[in-house]
Each structure stands twice: as C-alpha cells, then as structure tokens.
Design a protein around this ligand. Structure first.
Ligand code: C5P
Length: 218
C-alpha cells in the first residue's frame, strides 16, 4: 500500500521513442518501449498525483486516470510539452527522444534510382525538451534519465550540469529496452545511490517516493 505521497501534485511525464519521418513510409526511431515512463505515470497516479503523459509511438495501454497525449516526432513532443510544463509541479523526462531528424521530409516515397546509388540524408539536431523545460522561469522540478552503453555515472553527472536539473536517473546494465526489470541509480549534486532492483513498476514506486520526498515543500 502506497500512502498518497503526491496528493495535490501535478506530474508531466514523457515516455517512449520518437519517430522521425524520412518519407511517408520510413523513419528513424529507437527501441524504447515506453514501459518505464508508463510505470512512473501509473505509480504517480496511485500516489495521488494528477498525471499528464506525453507518449511517443508505443504499444501500451494508458494507465487508469492518466491524461495521455500521443505524439510522433521530437518536435511534436517539444510542442506538446512546453505549454504544459509551467502548469505542472514535476517534469519526468523518460522519453528516448531522437537526437537528430532528417533535415527534409520527402513528400513522396523515395524510390530506387535504378543505378544502385543509395540515397544519403542530411540530419539536423532536434530540440532538447528537458533542457528547454529546465530553463523556463516557472519551471517544474525536473528529473532526467540516462541510458548509456558506457561510463553511465560520468554521463549522468554531465547531463545534470548541462541540462541544469536536480536529479538524473541512470539505467544500469545493458539491454533495458523492452524489458520488465531494470536497475536504476539516482544521481544528484551530492552523489549517487542505487535503487533496490525490481520490475519497472516496483522501481517506479520507489522513484515516485523519492520525488515526493525531494519535492516536499517545494
Ligand atoms: O541528451 P540525452 O539524450 O543524453 O539526455 C537524456 C535525457 O534528456 C532524458 O531524460 C531524455 O528524456 C531527455 N531528452 C529530451 N529531449 C531531447 C533529448 C533528450 O528531453 N531532445
């Protein structure tokens, strides 16, 4: 049983991958399942929070009593998040946002040219949603995530400073995408602490308790 740790608080959460269209039938995406973000949305709602979940393309049911907004691309996620952010107390950025998108979206399907020449694409950088929210004058309390293939703590610490957020949650261990279990490490200005291992809902409940503790009185 969870006491209502987040009663009266509003949480905004991003989850899942983004999809960056190349043409009407193709695009760039990643293996994020959205499970961690959806678990946090569920745990926060159970803890009494009012939850808005902004989801990239995922195959997951909406947790009960959670307001969900579906988006595809990083730019659409940015456009959905920014006006919502000042209306919330806490922002949890779990989405695996594509860092780059094709500079142009072809209106029609790109065809083979018959000369065995593969097309090449110019990429352009997507906006950093978390950094943009964390620089708003009326910003919510921000939590970022870090999934890295190496040097997790170094990268998590670097994100803490670069994005100017009070907490980064690191995904420890390989291949967390799509799995139900995970190991998380909390990284803040003071140091780092591993959360006891568990499935994503158990971890989400621990993280929600941690957010409640850190934002009490904020
Ligand atoms: O920049 P990087 O991908 O290393 O940082 C990951 C964190 O930043 C995650 O919390 C992710 O949701 C967030 N992020 C974002 N917008 C981006 C890239 C990452 O909100 N364009």
């Amino acid at each position: 049983f969870q006491p209502k740790l987040l009663a009266g608080k509003k949480l905004l959460i991003t989850a899942g991958p983004t999809f960056e269209a190349i043409d009407p039938v193709r695009g760039i995406t990643n293996h994020s399942s959205g499970k961690m973000g959806f678990a946090i949305a569920r745990a926060a709602q159970e803890a009494g929070a009012e939850v808005t979940l902004i989801a990239g393309p995922v195959h997951l049911p909406t947790p009960p009593h959670v307001r969900r907004i579906d988006v595809q691309s990083a730019q659409q996620m940015f456009d959905a998040v920014l006006p919502q952010a000042p209306l919330h107390d806490v922002f949890v950025a779990t989405a695996a946002v594509a860092d780059w998108r094709p500079a142009v979206m072809n209106e029609h399907k790109i065809k083979k040219d018959g000369k065995k020449l593969a097309p090449s694409f110019e990429l352009t950088e997507n906006p950093d949603i978390l950094a943009a929210v964390a620089s708003l004058p009326d910003k919510p309390w921000c939590v970022g995530f870090a999934a890295e293939s190496q040097d997790l703590l170094t990268h998590a610490r670097e994100k803490l400073l670069r994005k100017n957020v009070p907490l980064i949650v690191g995904n420890l261990g390989p291949a967390t995408f799509g799995r139900d279990d995970n190991t998380l490490v909390l990284v803040d200005a003071a140091g780092h602490r591993e959360l006891p291992a568990g499935d994503k809902l158990a971890l989400a409940r621990q993280l929600v308790a941690e957010i409640a503790r850190r934002t009490a009185g904020v």
